[in-house]
Design a protein around this ligand. Sequence first.
Ligand SMILES: C/C=C/C(=O)SCCNC(=O)CCNC(=O)[C@H](O)C(C)(C)COP(=O)(O)OP(=O)(O)OC[C@H]1O[C@@H](n2cnc3c(N)ncnc32)[C@H](O)[C@@H]1OP(=O)(O)O
Length: 267
Amino acid sequence: MKVDVDGHVAEVTLLGPSKGNAMGPDFWRELPLVFRALDADPQVRAVVLTGSGKHFSYGLDLPAMMGDWAPMLGGDSLAGPRTAFLDQVRSLQAAVGSIAECRKPVVAAVSGWCIGGGVDVVAAADVRLASADAKFSVREVRVAIVADLGSLQRLASIIGEGHLRELALTGKDVDAARAEKIGLVNDVYEDQDAVLKAARELAGEIAANPPLVVQGTKQVLAANTERQVADGLRYVAAWNSAFLPSKDLGEAVQAFMERRAPEFKGE
Ligand SMILES: C/C=C/C(=O)SCCNC(=O)CCNC(=O)[C@H](O)C(C)(C)COP(=O)(O)OP(=O)(O)OC[C@H]1O[C@@H](n2cnc3c(N)ncnc32)[C@H](O)[C@@H]1OP(=O)(O)O
């Protein structure tokens, strides 16, 4: 992750190392460190969040993270490994939460794919802008995961329950025009350069306002939903600690590796 500060605006760029900025161990370690540091930096008044390369993020780095989690989810893992997995989910939730909890408003500039964990991340931002080639997917259901990093909690107040249910229950891909129509993004720009320029301008506009009042506004707005979000996150962490291990999850990961459509059996 790269951080550049220009005046009072910081720009955070996701930098792989996996293809399509897929979210592996490095991403999860760095994300909370970066956003807690931005929160604490008095120079910074607003943040732009974007991806390097053509895509915002392919979502969870499936091979890397599933490899790490195998001992917690595989075989006859009982209370010990499942408690370790609960801690892991809570830690990833806290990483995404560091964006929502950063008192400096965060403007996400999305181009290309924004999948799964990518949607969790932009849902934790304050404003989302996209380029015309952006594609979003609350993909977790298609990889046999109940989305557990915030989309199910945060998107309801952004796009409304009806659109959230459609996206989360189908895992369908949504293009930029549709994302704008349902309010997932505020505006769509011609290309990646244009969306980044717009995000920088918007962050600059925010940064020109009295910083403590901006931060107060963000915190007061957060109070509208933060208890419900926190309760939902705790619930889904426990849910997935109980139910994530499944033959369908194994099939989803296997199918991804073998580049074929999965066949789910509800086992
Ligand atoms: C809690 C959070 C949960 C989640 O985030 S769940 C969602 C996880 N993400 C996914 O399920 C996305 C899976 N990937 C895809 O659907 C497709 O891929 C894309 C639509 C992103 C891109 O498709 P295309 O343009 O046809 O490219 P390509 O050949 O499929 O992928 C290019 C390279 O990127 C690697 N890659 C794609 N997605 C991931 C990923 N999620 N984690 C790690 N690597 C990924 C591939 O393997 C391949 O690599 P190589 O060029 O070496 O064959």
